[in-house]
Design a protein around this ligand. Structure first.
Ligand code: SF4
Ligand code: SF4
Length: 82
């Protein structure tokens, strides 16, 4: 189950592949058949269900294109239905 998610800013991504290389859960790909707004391939969060929200992709991106969000369990959820 995903513990978080990332958002990739396609206007900043340079398709360097660092995030793909360093995500040990293989959540990110750079599909050749999908072009970003600048006309070249960009990174895609292709396996969100595997994301652990570790943050490594965000740290590795030299263009600051990735925001990482970690899910937190709220008290509302803990007591839901109780
Ligand atoms: S936060 Fe971690 S697990 Fe999620 S996509 Fe980035 S490197 Fe992969
Ligand atoms: S590390 Fe950043 S610039 Fe490089 S492919 Fe990933 S999102 Fe794009």
């Amino acid at each position: 189950m995903a513990k978080g998610e990332i958002v990739i800013d396609e206007t900043l991504c340079q398709a360097c592949g660092f995030c793909v290389e360093f995500c040990n859960r293989k959540c990110i790909t750079i599909p050749e058949n999908r072009l970003g707004p600048k006309g070249f391939p960009v990174a895609v969060f292709s396996a969100p269900e595997k994301c652990s929200a570790c943050g490594i992709c965000g740290w590795m991106c030299p263009d600051f294109a990735i925001q990482v969000y970690k899910y937190v369990e709220s008290e509302a959820n803990i007591y839901q239905g109780g």
